[in-house]
Design a protein around this ligand. Structure first.
Ligand code: ADP
Length: 399
């Protein structure tokens, strides 16, 4: 079954056409500058096969370009659009309304719309793409896969914040988490690689890209995650600060910064970039640190410390751990970060194999702990699109 997977943000549209029976990717790409007056920054473009680095008025126009591309050229991905069987959309926010993927109908659309205030940059573009698909691929079933759904199993003691109860309820303030589809995917792939059922394992999952998050997956159920009410919470990230003393926010506002400025500082000027003053990219930090740059080294140490803090927390929360799984740009590639994170954890049964850690095995799932390590350390290439395609296939097959 051929599934078109769509991942829209306010200024971009990423897509993959996936034959879910493989699963195998038939085509993928990225449209940039959707609806932008200013040129937009490229991100992750080097790994994509087709980049539409041009200006599109809206998501419908971008989708039109994608569909034309899929059938164009001497070796088109599909001979005609009739070969696309269904569409799977990544929707950032499912609030406390959606705990699993769903077939899209008018009611689902209204509910996603109702959650837009929680994800103003992501839910509206997802809705724009759903609408564009209705027009350009009429009659095809569409499925919504929510980034937050996997974390709807978090118990109240974990997802509530100790704010006044009524205030939190009134404003829908709770931990929703993010990257849920990626965490679910790597937990499942980890179990498959170990030849076990996810229901028999205690797993700590780490999605370390530009955005970073971790989760505790206890016998297949997510019991905690580091991102919170928004994806700003938790780990130190490329440009995001993660958890800081909340009083710093009001302190800065009282010092004369506007709320928007503080938001910008915390989201775009902090993290690895903020500390190093060099870059949000671990590759640049590594190079600078190797040349003796003290702030780059500090950024490294803080980043690894932040990961170790959550690792310790989740091992206690689950009273043990069988496997630790890493994915995304940093998790898959940054051997120095992995070495720093797992250093000295032998007493906990977590023993990294230095040789396996150093060896690059491009795009393949692999175990990088020592054979005698009681806890397995595993690298799984990011594959949330495969998860979206799998959910879409399952829902559409049952129709
Ligand atoms: P996202 O999807 O969150 O934008 P990615 O998963 O593509 O991010 O990760 C991007 C980050 O991964 C880069 O900013 C960089 O820090 C890191 N990264 C990518 N490749 C490497 C590499 N070979 N070595 C170290 N870090 C890398």
């Amino acid at each position: 079954m051929n599934i078109l997977v769509i991942n829209a943000s306010s200024s971009s549209l990423k897509y993959q056409l996936i034959d879910a029976d493989g699963p195998v990717t038939l085509a993928k790409g990225l449209c940039e500058r959707v609806g932008c007056d200013e040129p937009c920054v490229k991100h992750g473009a080097d790994t994509l096969e087709r980049i539409f680095d041009q200006r599109f008025d809206d998501h419908e126009e971008a989708l039109g370009a994608v569909l034309a591309e899929l059938t164009a050229g001497e070796k088109p991905a599909v001979a005609s659009l009739d070969e696309i069987d269904a569409i799977g959309h990544r929707v950032l926010h499912g609030g406390d309304v959606f705990s699993k993927s769903v077939l899209i109908d008018d009611d689902v659309i209204a509910k996603i719309d109702g959650l837009s205030e929680l994800a103003p940059l992501h839910n509206p573009p997802a809705l724009a793409c759903i609408d564009a698909c209705k027009k350009l691929l009429p009659g095809l079933p569409q499925v919504a896969v929510f980034d937050t759904a996997f974390f709807q199993t978090l118990p109240p003691s974990t997802h509530m914040y100790p704010l006044p109860y009524e205030l939190a309820k009134e404003h829908r303030i709770r931990k929703y988490g993010a990257h849920g589809t990626s965490h679910r995917y790597i937990a499942q792939r980890c179990a498959a690689l170990l030849g076990q059922h996810v229901e028999d394992l205690k797993i700590v999952t780490c999605h370390l890209g530009n955005g970073c998050s971790m989760a505790a997956v206890d016998h297949g159920i997510a019991v905690d995650t580091s991102m919170g009410f928004t994806p700003l919470d938790g780990l130190m990230m490329g440009t995001r600060c993660g958890s800081i003393d909340p009083a710093i926010v009001t302190y800065l506002i009282k010092a004369g910064y506007s709320a928007d400025e503080v938001e910008d500082i915390m989201n775009r000027q902090s993290g690895l970039l903020g500390i190093s003053g060099i870059s949000n990219d671990v590759r640049d930090i590594t190079e600078a640190a190797s040349k003796g740059d003290a702030r780059a080294s500090l950024a490294y140490d803080m980043y690894a410390h932040s990961i170790r803090k959550y690792l310790g927390q989740y091992i206690v929360e689950m009273a043990g751990v069988d496997a630790i799984v890493l994915t995304a740009g940093v998790g898959e590639n940054a051997e120095i970060i992995r070495r720093r994170v797992f250093a000295g954890l032998q007493p906990l049964g977590i023993i990294l194999d230095q040789e396996k850690n150093r060896t690059h095995n491009n795009g393949h799932e692999r175990i990088i702990s020592r054979d005698d390590s009681p806890v397995k350390i595993i690298v799984i290439p990011a594959g949330e699109e495969y998860m979206i395609a799998a959910d879409t296939q399952e829902i559409v097959s049952a129709l």
